[in-house]
Design a protein around this ligand. Structure first.
Ligand SMILES: Nc1ncnc2c1ncn2[C@@H]1O[C@H](COP(=O)(O)OP(=O)(O)OP(=O)(O)O)[C@@H](O)[C@H]1O
Ligand SMILES: [Mg+2]
Length: 291
């Protein structure tokens, strides 16, 4: 782990209630994120992922507890805060009637730290040939890639992505994932939410599971899978003419009498082994299947 001077985000005892509905969406959560980390926030729909991100970036106020960003409490920051962070949620902030290039020039002009090489950014996400096209003629994947470079064009230290690859085809998803890993290599800090456990495994140094506004685990995907998942053997056999499916824990398979008995007495159709997955851990912590 990095030392405390590398702490980019430090959340303690964060609580938040949506006033209108009275919904207590965040229930005393604690976590911190260090420089150069990709931190994944995982949890089922309605768990509080977007709410937490919105609190951290200042789109929601009226929280209790502490949100320290770069050593300073969130509500003590002035607008220079937005020079330090990059946010790619949905893309309501793209101007549809302008071209991609006009969008970036306009949005870039709001920042002190301006990018001098827009073409390089377009090229990195495969949009160079489309830069003169009006955004209203962009596909969803093109808008997502444009929105992505829009969020990083001022070289922020910390980036927030909400489901950065959702709805993208595998090629576009790969482009975005590679960009995230590239930024990590450059020492940027990345906080992302996702339902996609494969994306989390591929990108995240650490993940946190949130369920009904409460954090249940924070660790590396590898540690979580080791501690909470288990490798298994799945066997399919025939019993009185019926097909039966059974799973056994791989680690103790040699001593498992039931498994031995099946091997000795039944007609086996298939046997497969499998690794523990982050999806198993997700289900264990949230009690819910992925959607
Ligand atoms: N504007 C709002 N007003 C009132 N309640 C809200 C509002 N936005 C979210 N909530 C409630 O707060 C809880 C957390 O919602 P949140 O959007 O943070 O979930 P999420 O983890 O991002 O879910 P998803 O995976 O579906 O994006 C939910 O119960 C939701 O109904
Ligand atoms: Mg959300």
């Amino acid at each position: 782990m990095s030392n405390s001077t590398d702490l980019m985000i430090n959340i303690s005892n964060l609580n938040f209630t949506y006033l209108k509905s009275g919904k207590h969406a965040i229930n005393g959560i604690d976590f911190s994120i260090s420089k150069g980390e990709v931190f994944g926030f995982l949890g089922p729909s309605g768990a509080g992922k977007t709410t937490t991100q919105r609190l951290i970036i200042g789109l929601l106020n009226g929280y209790h507890g502490n949100i320290e960003i770069l050593g300073k409490e969130r509500n003590k920051w002035d607008k220079s805060f937005f020079e330090e962070i990059g946010v790619a949620f949905d893309f309501p902030n793209l101007y549809l009637k302008l071209t991609a290039e006009e969008n970036l020039k306009l949005i870039g002009s709001y920042y002190k730290n301006q990018t001098n090489n827009l073409d390089e950014l377009f090229d990195e996400v495969g949009l160079l040939k489309d830069k003169k096209t009006k955004v209203e003629n962009f596909s969803k994947g093109m808008k997502m890639r444009l929105n992505f470079i829009r969020s990083i064009m001022h070289s922020p230290k910390i980036m927030f992505f909400d489901e950065p690859t959702s709805g993208l085809d595998p090629v576009n998803a790969r482009i975005i994932k590679d960009k995230i890993l590239d930024m990590r290599r450059k020492g940027k800090t990345i906080f992302l939410t996702t339902h996609n456990m494969t994306v989390a495994e591929q990108l995240c140094d650490r993940v946190a599971f949130i369920n009904e506004g409460t954090l249940s685990a924070v660790d590396t995907p590898g540690n979580l899978m080791l501690e909470h998942g288990s490798a298994y053997v799945k066997i399919v056999y025939e019993n009185n003419g019926l097909k039966v499916n059974k799973s056994f824990d791989l680690t103790s398979i040699g001593y498992n009498q039931e498994f031995k008995h099946i091997l000795e007495t039944k007609k086996i159709q298939t046997i497969h082994s499998g690794e523990a997955t982050l999806e198993d851990v997700f289900i264990k912590f949230t009690g819910r299947e992925l959607i």
